[in-house]
Design a protein around this ligand. Structure first.
Ligand code: NDP
Length: 247
């Protein structure tokens, strides 16, 4: 059966844990070639080794998404190894929540650099190849925080709202190139994400929200749903939460 996943070359940023790692595992199992980017090279090298087996259908490339050259290098490595890029998943992100009045400017900068500029760099790296191919699929990761703002989460929500705006602009502009665009907005998913919170009181509040967190498999299934549609079907936006998550 052609699942529209088998044989596709999929580049995933933030593939060393959580949503990215789970997605790499699921897509690999369905026959995709996965190219993994993250800073923790030992983790993605081990994952690529595990997924590739003897088939050479996985590759790990050390990538810091705050550096556009490194993101370009990740995508170039995929094309060099496998001849094309079918899907770019701009997933890397972090969430060091804190109230604005605490003035954690370094955290604000980091969220803008990773969550927003990292996505832009992913688009910049993949788009020219996809335009030339006249096919491709760019999947960006927003959040429920891309739809709702909570106290303490203003900057994170700003980056995730921006990812949705960017994804909608991209959708409108890439029609002539037969490129599909999807933005996925998860609710609480059990990953390492809350570890990026440095303020103890904020971390304690977020821990309560994450008591109902669901498996990263839920995100991987959303990616599979979007990718596996026939080529003339463009799934533009997916929002999901744990059944027990209220807000
Ligand atoms: P994790 O903390 O488990 O994973 C984050 C990933 O991002 C890691 O692989 C990390 O890799 C990578 N990353 C962070 N900074 C950089 C960087 N500078 N360059 C390259 N990679 C980087 O969290 P999740 O899996 O949950 O997060 C994935 C995405 O999902 C994020 O965009 C997050 O905002 C979003 N999301 C998550 C939700 C959740 O509840 N878990 C809910 C809504 C959205 P490394 O450190 O090795 O570089």
């Amino acid at each position: 059966m052609n699942n529209n996943i088998e044989g596709k070359v999929v580049v995933i940023t933030g593939a060393s844990s959580g949503l990215g790692e789970s997605t790499a595992r699921h897509l690999s199992q369905l026959g995709a070639i996965v190219v993994l980017g993250a800073r923790r090279i030992e983790r993605i090298t081990a994952l690529a080794g595990e997924l590739a087996g003897s088939t050479e259908k996985a590759l790990a490339v050390r990538t810091d998404v705050t550096d556009s050259k490194q993101v370009q290098n990740l995508v170039d490595a995929a094309v060099k190894a496998y001849g094309r890029i079918d899907v770019m998943i701009n997933n890397a992100g972090l969430m060091p929540h804190s109230p604005l009045e605490r003035l954690k400017i370094a955290d604000w900068d980091q969220m803008i650099d990773v969550n927003l500029k990292g996505v832009l760099y992913g688009i910049a790296a993949a788009l020219p190849y996809m335009q030339a191919q006249k096919s491709g699929h760019i999947i960006n990761v927003s959040s429920v925080a891309g739809h709702k703002v909570r106290p303490g989460g203003a900057v994170y929500a700003a980056t995730k709202h921006a990812v949705r705006a960017l994804s909608e602009g991209l959708r409108l502009e890439v029609k002539p190139y037969n490129i599909r665009t999807t933005v996925i907005s998860p609710g609480a998913v059990a990953t390492e994400l809350p570890n990026s919170i440095t303020e103890p009181d904020v971390a304690a509040n977020v821990k309560k929200i994450y008591e109902v967190a669901i498996s990263p498999d839920a995100f991987a299934r959303a990616v599979i749903y979007a990718m596996s549609q026939p080529d003339d079907v463009d799934i533009n936006e997916i929002l999901f939460r744990p059944t027990l998550q209220e807000v």
